[in-house]
Design a protein around this ligand. Structure first.
Ligand SMILES: [Zn+2]
Ligand SMILES: [Zn+2]
Length: 240
């Protein structure tokens, strides 16, 4: 049987320009101030991996997200002129707005920052990489056996000029459990333009029980973070 699905996605592009109408910079706390003590679900979750509260932090603007991140880890105002803290979203909230076809179900690998491993003296782009393991539970595996669920690797540029999109580093070399996975369709040396979008490869066929390994190497001067999520296909109206 041929299932023709006709996905009508509305409002996906509107989301990108729909900022929160807040006034002051109440989402920024300088060093020494503690984050809201009355919110038990407020926490520091930062792609650097540290949950330390001793430095300046910034809060995600998504009203249902109570995540704070270190200013120095995620905001690079020198990169794109003025960075507006009122429009700051954490990577997971950016991700959920980036791809209207997939809905995040769970994050077996929370966003982790790539680390520069080699800075060439000749001024060419530094090599950066990250290698992590993530665990898939029995429940995850059962879920992933279903047709509408998949495992996806994703990558984002921190402080991207376009907030709500995936973005892989130049010369991205992605491996899952030792097997090469094609991350991007553009040539490795080509930069992603302001109107471009990268995709997140589906890695369901590369997974195995228990501990899985993922690694990403790139050749890029900018700072990226990598994650793995379980996704569910967004509701589509199936052919009439
Ligand atoms: Zn941090
Ligand atoms: Zn968030």
């Amino acid at each position: 049987m041929d299932l023709v699905s006709n996905c009508k996605v509305s409002g996906a592009t509107d989301l990108a320009s729909n900022g929160q109408g807040a006034s002051d910079c109440s989402n920024v706390k300088v060093e020494g101030e503690s984050i809201d003590p009355y919110r038990s679900d407020a926490m520091v979750r930062c792609p650097c991996g540290s949950s330390s509260e001793t430095e300046s932090v910034i809060k995600c603007q998504d009203p249902s997200c109570h995540v704070w991140q270190h200013m120095s880890c995620v905001v690079f105002p020198e990169k794109h002129g003025e960075e507006d803290p009122e429009n700051f979203y954490c990577e997971l909230c950016r991700l959920s707005r980036a791809d209207p076809f997939w809905v995040s179900v769970r994050h077996p690998l929370q966003p982790v920052k790539m680390v520069t491993t080699n800075i060439p003296v000749d001024g060419t782009n530094p090599v950066q990489s990250v290698e992590r393991t993530f665990q898939l539970t029995r429940a995850d595996r059962d879920l992933l056996l279903k047709q509408e669920f998949d495992l996806q690797a994703w990558c984002m540029l921190l402080s991207d000029e376009v907030s709500f999109r995936m973005h892989w580093p130049q010369h991205a070399d992605l491996q899952v459990n030792g097997l090469a996975v094609r991350a991007i369709n553009r040539p490795g040396s080509q930069l992603l333009g302001a109107n471009g979008r990268d995709d997140g490869p589906i890695i369901t066929f590369f997974m195995k029980d228990g501990i899985n390994k993922i690694s990403l190497t790139g050749c890029d001067a900018r700072i990226f973070c990598l994650g793995v999520r379980i996704v569910k296909k967004a509701q589509c109206s199936t052919g009439s």
